[in-house]
Design a protein around this ligand. Sequence first.
Ligand code: ZN
Length: 86
Amino acid sequence: MKLPDAIKNLNDLAYLTRRKLENENGEQRGAVVMWRTKGAEEFNYLLQCPFCGVEEQSQAFFKKRPYRVQCSNCGKSILIEKLAPK
Ligand SMILES: [Zn+2]
């Protein structure tokens, strides 16, 4: 997965996470990078769906945890666990 230019300047970011994603068999087949720039309400994310393998970049608003994103190709909902730092 190629990282987007938007997240290369960490000083502009209020939030950044990157994690691997598993499919229904527990196999690592996908990944997600999620970030939010300072002053913005929406999160941006780059998703490689662990179920169908398609990559997409999109935006989402999250009102409450746990955060979920939906693959626009296969429609599966993907849980982004433990988004906040401990
Ligand atoms: Zn998918």
